[in-house]
Design a binder for this molecule. Structure first.
Ligand code: HEM
Length: 402
């Protein structure tokens, strides 16, 4: 962990220590970028990538497809598109694949046990090479983001899509306001963008992959989702972000997925800057603390029949069962000062991608075999084996697939 933290140079949000600079960055992201206005401003970018996903899948109707890979690429395209108007289509596809490979490598490194975390005096020797490998990837990402930013500053504005503005454009405009509260250095802009690529892509992908897996394992729950989509969206429309607040059952499916399969099962490690005693245990200053939210959210003391996939439990008591991190039985995004800043985006994007996949297609299982729930932990908890399924068109109007 120390190795990974070091590679960011202390400028990003995830690995920055508590203090006024961290609070400034968090406030800026939450108030400006993740606000309704901020997210609405880049809706067209998200929408474009989701429509492209539908088109890609429609081209493979009737054949088995690796849905996990399709979801990952869609999430990466959505992230790149929202951040700097990038895309994985056309000539930049090669670059997208390079980002995907580097992201996967980086996640692996973050999940690898590092001797230096247990014996900090070994850190200078970099015995497993984790720090140097991680640094190589981070420098590549920083170099790439720098060229994107320079290009944008030269052109003066981002790609035009209706009235949309990508995150980079929003950050640069905040900088032009020129007040200390919203100005960021170029290094900080790069670090925040990188946090979003690394912190946002895999976690959101994993949520959608697990939700699809659980629904395919539970046809009675899937039927309820389809009934809800047919009633709210209907046969002649496509899913828009404005519809998703009217899909309470699908919302409960996402929450139940995040309960059983939290993408960040140990949250992000915390480090107290003072020695503290909690419940009689002494937590020494500067120790790495992991919260096992995976185990807590499966604890039979708090959850009835905890391993059963039961979205209905989130239909009751919705006030308490939310993402605010105030319940210590359900906090997949963490809690309090360091709670995830991406929640508003996650709520929109997971719902819209899931609703679109289930509204546009029926999904058949090759050889009728149920997908398994074997897990793979590389910092983010994903499925060990990809989800392979056969898409079948379910809408009568071919325009909905274009
Ligand atoms: C389902 C998707 C996601 C999950 C489950 C998730 C989960 C988390 C968790 C558990 C933390 C650490 C909280 C703690 O330790 O107390 C965190 C932090 C963070 N997340 Fe997310 N996240 C998701 C998506 C996103 C997205 C889409 C973004 C941005 C585009 C994002 C940006 C961040 C950032 C910047 C932090 C660091 C906050 C800080 O340290 O102050 N996350 N996230």
């Amino acid at each position: 962990m120390a190795a990974i933290k070091g590679t960011f140079g202390g400028l990003d949000i995830v690995w920055r220590s508590n203090g006024p600079e961290l609070q400034k960055l968090r406030k800026l992201v939450v108030r400006e970028i993740m606000s309704n206005n901020g997210l609405d401003a880049c809706y067209e970018f998200r929408r474009r990538e989701i429509r492209q996903m539908v088109k890609n899948i429609h081209g493979k109707i009737g054949s088995p497809i690796n849905l996990s890979e399709q979801i990952f690429l869609t999430m990466l395209s959505v992230t790149m598109s929202m951040l700097w108007g990038g895309s994985l289509n056309g000539e930049v596809a090669k670059l997208g694949l390079e980002i995907k490979d580097r992201l996967e490598e980086f996640m692996k490194l973050m999940g690898e046990p590092n001797l230096s975390d247990i014996f900090p005096m070994l850190r200078p020797f970099n015995l497993q090479g984790i720090e140097s490998k991680a640094k190589k990837h981070v420098s590549w990402f920083y170099g790439f983001l720098e060229s994107v930013i320079k290009q944008r500053m030269k052109l003066g504005e981002g790609p035009k899509m209706a009235d949309s503005k990508d995150f980079l454009q929003q950050l640069l405009e905040l900088n032009q306001r020129g007040d200390a509260k919203t100005s960021l250095s170029m290094m900080e802009i790069k670090a925040v963008l990188l946090d979003m690529v690394i912190g946002g892509t895999d976690t959101t992908f994993a949520t959608i992959e697990w939700a699809m897996t659980e629904l395919l394992r539970h046809p009675n729950k899937l039927r309820k989702v389809i009934e809800e989509l047919d009633a709210i969206i209907g046969d002649q429309n496509v899913v828009e972000e404005s519809n998703i607040s009217r899909l309470p059952y699908l919302t409960a499916v996402v929450k139940e997925t995040l309960r059983i399969h939290p993408p960040a099962p140990l949250l992000v490690p915390h480090m107290p800057n003072e020695t503290t005693v909690i419940a009689g245990y002494t937590i020494p200053k500067n120790s790495w603390i992991f919260f096992n939210v995976w185990a807590i959210q499966r604890d039979a003391e708090f959850w009835e029949d905890p391993l059963r996939f039961e979205p209905e439990r989130f239909l009751k008591d919705t006030e308490k069962r939310n993402y605010t991190g105030n319940s210590f039985h359900f906090f997949p995004f963490g809690s309090r000062r360091r709670i995830c800043v991406g929640i508003p985006l996650v709520e929109k994007i997971t719902m819209q991608i899931l609703a679109t996949l289930l509204h546009c297609f029926d999904w058949e299982l090759p050889d009728g075999r149920q997908p398994n729930v074997k897990e793979k932990l590389q910092f983010v908890l994903t499925k060990a084996e990809p989800l392979v399924v056969v898409p079948v068109a379910r809408l009568s109007n071919s325009i909905q697939y274009q």
